[in-house]
Each structure stands twice: as C-alpha cells, then as structure tokens.
Design a protein around this ligand. Structure first.
Ligand SMILES: Cc1cc2nc3c(=O)[nH]c(=O)nc-3n(C[C@H](O)[C@H](O)[C@H](O)COP(=O)(O)OP(=O)(O)OC[C@H]3O[C@@H](n4cnc5c(N)ncnc54)[C@H](O)[C@@H]3O)c2cc1C
Length: 390
C-alpha cells in the first residue's frame, strides 16, 4: 500500500513522456496516491516521425492536440524546464520564477540538433519549426535547383525520397560518409537504392561534407559543388538540460541511467527516450527512435509504479522486430531485424511496404491512446538474450 500522495513530474511530452504519463495516470491502484504533471513547451504533441512529410509539403502539420492523447488525470503545464535541482527536487521553468516540485522526476526531453553540430547555412530537421522553414525554402527553389541531403541513415533516406517524389524537377542528392543504407541487409539496401534511383536521387557515398552556404557544399577534401538547399540529417544529440543541471551525462548530453532506467546518482530521477543512455548490458543495441522511446517510457512508468508499491524494479528489456522506412508516399521498405536490430534477410518492398510504414506511423498514436482505454495494454518486443547482446 502507498501511504502518501506522490508528485511525479514528467519533463517532455514526446513519445516516451506521454506513454509514461498515460501508464502512470491510468493506474487504478495508484489513483488516490499519485499526481502526474507533464511539462512541455507546447500544447501540441509533435509526431516527429512525420517531420519530413511536413518539410516536403506532403502533410500540412505534424501536430496533434495533446488532450486527445494525454490521460485526463495527467496535468499539463506549458513551459520549458531551464534547470533541474535534484537536491531540492525542483524543476525551474524558463522565463518565470515558477518551479515544479517533484517526488519522482521522469526525464524525457528527446533529442535535438545542436546548432554547433550543423554548419551555418544548412537546414536541420529536429522540430516543427525546422520542418516549416525547410518547406518554405523548397517552395522557393528554382526548377532544377540542387538539394543536398547530408547523412544517409534512415532519416536521410526518408527525407531525400520524400522531396524527390514531391519535387521531381529538383536535383536531389543524398550524401553519405559511408555507404547508403549501410545498416540494412543486402536485399534491403538494393531495394532502397533502386527506389532512390527511380526517383532520380543521386547517391554519393564515402563523402564527408564539412561546410556549406546558400549555394554550395564543401567536402572534407576541399571539393566544392553547388547546393541551393542543404539538409543536415546527422548530428542528433540530447538537449543540454541534464548536463547544465549537474547530472551525469554521456558525450551526447544524454542522462546516464541504470538498467532500471533510474539515475544512479539520484534514484528518484528516471529517464526514457532519446535523451538517456542506459548501460550496454540492456541498451547496447538501442538507437534513438520512436520504436525505442515508447517501450522506454512504458518501462520507466512500470518501474516508478514498482517503486511506489515497494517492489523491486525490473531491468529494461526492449528489442526490435522491424525497421520501417518510407520512400516517398507511394513506396517503402520493411526490413525484418533481430531483437538487437541486426538485419535479417527478409524484406518487404514497394507499395505494400509503403502502406505498412504508413500504418506503423498511425499505430504509434494508437498505442499511446490504447493506454488511455486499457491501462498496461502496451507491450513491446523483448530485448536480445544475453548471448545475442552486442
Ligand atoms: C524526420 C524524422 C523522421 C523520423 N522517423 C522515425 C521513424 O520512422 N521511426 C522511428 O522509430 N523514429 C523516427 N524518428 C526518431 C523519433 O522521432 C525520435 O527518436 C522520437 O521522437 C524520440 O522520442 P522522445 O519521446 O524521446 O522525444 P521527442 O519525441 O523528441 O519528445 C521530447 C519532448 O520533450 C520536449 N522538451 C525538450 N526540451 C524540453 C525542456 N527543457 N522542457 C520541457 N520539455 C522539453 C520537446 O519539446 C518534445 O515535446 C524520426 C525523427 C525525425 C526527425
């Protein structure tokens, strides 16, 4: 039995934060003994996995009204955390003297692209503002202008394909430091490069772009080539909040948490999503993604509940089954993977895969809403067995 009302504050209402809020606020056993407050800069939930659609103009907006996703027992505070004071258990809000007091904090501020990591003159794609700025630039470009997408991970591939399909007159170039789509299986890579070629995307491999301006890019070797719009899809890191609050972080600014997602230094601080780094024993195979943020949010909530009910926390176990990539609106690729994200040879390609990817994007919100209707309903693939772990 829980004896006192516990104030849980969740900083960041993205995939991890909202999933956790719903799991906590909807828990019947704790309904009289817990308050859940979510702090987020905007009143809308941003479907970041759709930002490339907004940028290319195939979707008007990636915003969803938060109230349609968030449990009614979770309070929403619009604001930005400027500092966490772990000694006094307070979150300071930017632009005001107001603070939020907590007994338990969940750190779920997602990822960002630090301006220092992106050359001046390049377009990022970390949030809705970036996506709208890029959309406005693409609309202005002359026919036959060159668009360079830097970084050929899954996001870079999706961005390049979306723009090439929507603006067939533009010269779209996808530039990779290594090979294009190198994390996919052979058949997966073949399907992606075939589709990109069909869309007219020029693929440039083993090229490190160092600088750019309004009209050109320059490689590490000093070679310059024209680029009327340069989009940077690499260089994601975590916001500075944890580091600036004196919490222990890794080189990317991610909060270091233990296997049960609580902070070794301050056990009443938990973390989930892109903004944290858990030990390799449970998270060595995990990548920044919504496919990771949802399970981590749910697992952190489960361990907060365990803490309140004086049960032992469970170590994280989260893995993958599929990687789902859109290749424009008419095509996609579904890559089967092992629990530790290593690709299997099985792939689904073409229009059917595009439909499956679109359905998967819809499912992310369905899983979040599912927690509103049936508490504890969200399940996820377990992580690799120890022998499989990298
Ligand atoms: C173009 C693009 C396409 C993508 N496609 C895919 C895909 O197909 N599949 C996939 O799995 N992943 C994809 N991702 C990655 C995925 O979007 C992220 O990994 C995911 O959003 C991480 O979830 P999160 O909850 O950790 O953080 P977020 O969803 O980023 O949410 C964090 C929240 O915290 C808020 N916040 C930040 N700082 C503060 C603060 N100081 N105070 C209060 N609140 C704060 C933010 O405003 C935001 O609302 C894509 C990303 C991009 C950019």
């Amino acid at each position: 039995m829980v004896s006192k009302r516990c104030r849980v504050v969740i900083v960041g209402a993205g995939y991890a934060g909202v999933m956790a809020a719903n799991r906590l606020a909807g828990n019947q056993r704790l309904s009289d003994s817990i308050s859940v407050t979510v702090l987020n800069p905007a009143a809308d939930f941003v479907e970041r996995i759709r930002l490339h659609e907004v940028a290319a103009g195939t979707r008007e907006s990636a915003s969803v009204l938060m109230r349609t996703l968030l449990h009614q027992r979770a309070a929403m505070v619009e604001g930005t955390a400027s500092r966490i004071d772990p000694e006094h258990r307070k979150v300071h809000l930017a632009g005001t003297r107001a603070t939020l007091d907590y007994d338990i904090l969940l750190y779920a501020v997602g990822s960002t692209q630090a301006s220092s990591k992106i050359p001046a003159g390049a377009y990022g794609l970390k949030d809705s503002e970036d996506a709208r700025r890029l959309r406005d630039r693409l609309i202005q470009l002359d026919p036959a202008a060159t668009v360079s997408v830097i970084g050929a991970g899954l996001t870079g591939i999706e961005v390049a394909a979306e723009i090439a399909e929507q603006y067939p007159h533009l010269q779209v170039r996808l530039i990779s430091r290594g090979a294009i789509a190198e994390s996919l299986s052979g058949p997966g890579r073949h399907a992606v490069t075939k589709r990109l070629s069909a869309l007219g995307v020029e693929m440039v491999e083993n090229t490190d772009v160092k600088r750019c301006d309004d009209s050109s890019i320059q490689t590490a070797g000093g070679e310059a080539s024209p680029s009327d719009c340069t989009i940077w899809t690499a260089g994601f890191s975590a916001p500075d909040l944890a580091r600036e609050s004196g919490l222990v972080t890794d080189g990317l600014g991610r909060l270091i948490v233990g296997e049960s997602l609580s902070c070794p230094q301050y056990p009443n601080i938990f973390g989930a999503g892109d903004a944290i780094q858990a030990p390799p024993s449970v998270a060595g195979h995990l990548r920044m993604s919504c496919a990771t943020a949802l399970p981590l949010g749910a697992h952190a909530a489960d361990n907060i509940i365990a803490r309140l009910e004086k049960r032992a926390p469970a170590p994280l176990s989260a893995g993958y089954m599929l990687r789902c990539i859109s290749l424009g609106r008419k095509s996609g690729l579904i890559q089967a993977v092992h629990a530790d994200d290593r690709p299997r040879s099985l792939v689904l390609r073409g229009r059917l895969a595009g439909m499956a990817k679109a359905q998967m994007c819809r499912m992310t919100l369905s899983w979040i809403r599912g927690e509103l209707r049936r508490n504890g309903s969200y399940n996820w693939p377990t992580g690799p067995r120890p022998a499989e772990a990298r």
